[in-house]
Design a protein around this ligand. Structure first.
Ligand code: C2O
Ligand code: CU
Length: 463
């Protein structure tokens, strides 16, 4: 990990191909942090949920007086939060109003292959796809985004992504902030590049010095230079690294301690105290930050890769009713003796020269066959140590997994919970274990979206 941190600024500078253009557009003033809406449930029966999404073109003002053409779900950029309860039967109708094909994948959701929204569930322009599933997994912060062959990176970059929350009896009963938009705040972190006219620039030289689309402007929930008014209280942030290809190291500007309470697949067993947290593309974390000791006029901020990413304005209102919980939920470790099979995945290359086990994605080839309900250990290795490679965030569909080890060492405490995406740094081997409870055809891939689009993806069939 240390190697990567020291390389990061270097990579960042190299990728910033027009340094004199950087920050040409900037906001003089702070903008209020955008909080996505919670999508209306159209069902009257509480055991069901019915939602409508529409992928469409839009236009958004990121910089005063400049309109940027974008894509969004039900709006101009990003999408609403889909919020469901464990046990609910969910139907989502996704309309594609773009001029190009898309798909909508529920990242982290454990459903059968036909409802997963991967590359095979194509939604042609002007068509509607209906996804149906039952929510059977614990409370978690998941997300959704396109998963179309070759152009996932472009569609996400243009704005197609949204959060997907699952609630259950544990999330309801824990004494933690849960007032959406007030003390329970979604933070979708992304980076983008704009040209002089304010257009999003999805363009990167396809060479070995370039490892995916990394923009020079960090935005949160689509807001550039955001400001958020904070109570003097415990705040909960649900953070998604929604970037195409970047690693984000997150801290509070005064280096105060915060507490991670959830990883990709739900709550950790207990809060893990941290001073900084690194998330790779696709990973999520929920954190608690205590603002009760600040006074009005203090200006702490959320810092991402050493840039101020979110300014906090401390409010007068004192409302300290929460403490950091001692315990969150049980996360039973999967017994490695239960594994009936072990597979190895070698992640190789960078830029657009990437492969898994020497192969690039082919929709007509199934790479692995897995028995339904079996437990397996997958050993994922980033081969070699290429100069400017950050490594690969490895994501598996249709399951939630546990990290057994990183280079044979136990994972850090905040990686002891449920995961669906794990960063595999250069020259590292990460072992994960999981049970395959849903049948169908699923993807495993690098969540650097430019790597994914270049073919760093494979298919497995559970039957
Ligand atoms: Cu977040 Cu296969 O994707
Ligand atoms: Cu990769």
């Amino acid at each position: 990990g240390l190697l990567i941190f020291s390389n990061l600024p270097l990579v960042y500078n190299i990728l910033n191909t027009n340094p004199q253009d950087a920050n040409l557009l900037s906001n003089e003033t702070l903008d209020e942090l955008f909080i996505p809406e919670i999508l209306e449930n159209e069902s009257e029966d509480p055991s069901n949920a019915i939602f409508s999404l529409e992928a469409k073109k839009g236009s958004k003002t990121f910089f005063q007086g400049i309109n940027t053409p974008t894509y969004g779900y039900n709006g101009d950029f990003l999408g609403p939060v889909i919020r469901v309860n464990k046990g609910q039967n969910v139907t989502i109708n996704v309309r594609n109003s773009l001029d190009e094909h898309t798909t909508t994948h529920w990242h982290g959701l454990i459903v059968d292959g036909d409802n997963d929204g991967g590359p095979h569930q194509m939604i042609k322009s002007d068509e509607i796809w209906e996804a149906n599933f039952m929510i059977e997994q614990p409370a978690a912060t998941l997300w959704y985004h396109p998963h179309i062959m070759d152009i996932t990176g472009k569609q996400v970059y243009m704005g197609l992504a949204g959060l997907f929350y699952i609630d259950d009896e544990i999330s309801a009963s824990l004494d933690i902030p849960k007032d959406y938009g007030v003390d329970d705040i979604p933070l979708i972190i992304q980076d983008r590049s704009f040209d002089r006219n304010g257009n999003l620039v999805y363009d990167f030289p396809q060479n070995m010095m370039n490892d995916g689309m990394i923009g020079d402007i960090i935005m949160i929930n689509g807001t550039v230079n955001p400001n958020f008014q904070i109570r003097k209280d415990l705040m909960r942030f649900r953070i998604l690294n929604g970037s195409n290809a970047n690693l984000y190291t997150i801290r509070i500007s005064d280096n105060s301690t915060f507490y991670q309470i959830a990883s990709d697949g739900g709550f950790l067993e207990k809060p893990v105290s941290l001073k900084e947290l690194t998330l790779s593309s696709g990973e999520r974390a929920e954190i608690l930050v205590d603002f009760s000791s600040y006074t009005k006029g203090d200006v702490p901020s959320l810092v991402v890769n050493n840039n101020t990413a979110l300014n906090f304005e401390i409010d007068d209102v004192e409302n300290s009713s929460y403490a950091i919980p001692e315990y969150l939920t049980e996360v039973p470790r999967i017994d490695i003796e239960k594994a009936s099979n072990q597979r190895a995945f070698r992640l190789q290359g960078m830029g657009n020269m990437v492969s898994i086990n020497g192969k690039i994605m082919d929709m007509s080839r199934i790479d692995e066959f897995v028995s339904l309900n079996s437990t397996e250990i997958w050993e994922v290795t980033t081969v070699g140590q290429m100069m400017h490679s950050l490594g690969h965030p490895f994501h598996i569909h249709g399951v939630k997994f546990q990290v057994i080890s990183r280079n044979d060492n136990p994972p850090p405490e905040n990686e002891m919970g449920w995961k669906d995406t794990v960063m595999v740094y250069p020259a590292e081997t990460v072992k994960v274990i999981m049970q395959f409870t849903k049948p169908g055809l699923f993807m495993y891939h690098c969540h650097n979206l430019e790597h994914e689009d270049a073919g760093m993806m494979g298919q497995f069939k559970v039957e």
